[in-house]
Design a protein around this ligand. Sequence first.
Ligand SMILES: O=C(O)CCC(=O)C(=O)O
Ligand SMILES: [Fe+2]
Length: 224
Amino acid sequence: MSYGDFMPLLETFGIYDAASTDDVLAFCSSMEASPRQREVLSTYTCRVHALAVDIASKVAEGLGILDFSFQDWHCTMRLNVYDLKEETIGLEAAYLHSDSGFLTVLLEGEINGLEVVDQTGKFVAVHSQPGTFVAIIGDMGKVWSNGRLRNVQHRVICTQAAPRISISFSVVSPRDGVVVSPAPLVDEEHPRIYRSVPYNDYREFRRSPSSLDGNFLSLYQAEE
Ligand SMILES: O=C(O)CCC(=O)C(=O)O
Ligand SMILES: [Fe+2]
């Protein structure tokens, strides 16, 4: 099941292993991409991968974890295509959710609509700026940081009758799929919140409309 199955205004498809050139090229072949399209897509994926990995390690650095590399982490890339019409204005085009991975780097097109939930629980509209990306921490970011980073809930509202496209690139989990907070982030003042999370199992739990908000993390609460 994909988001599109229960979000009727959204069609989403993408590359399962976006850090792998082979997977990117296989995706291009399945889409019957022209040589120029292949070049654009593989260059884009490669550069956004480098950017996302760089942002992730800077985030880690901000938490005092130096020289941590996300280079080999599993990454996914999704193209979101929204079919927005006059009669859908004001509706949720993407339901409120948190992203399941560590960090998402989101390229917004010209059509606004993204809203994030701030610390006080209020929705804040994100106005897309040409030449910029939006970075959003996901559920695995919260697990990895032992709760220091917030998995930011967000949604997309239909604001105008125009096709809307966004591209999300996510740094998801280590290659072995197991996300665990590094030892320096756990101490007496900050007891471990979550035991290690096998990402693929976690992802399975989230495959229903009522489970997208990151609250399923409570299943992985560490023992007292
Ligand atoms: O289309 C957007 O602006 C948001 C997409 C999104 O939340 C996602 O891909 O997880
Ligand atoms: Fe998202």
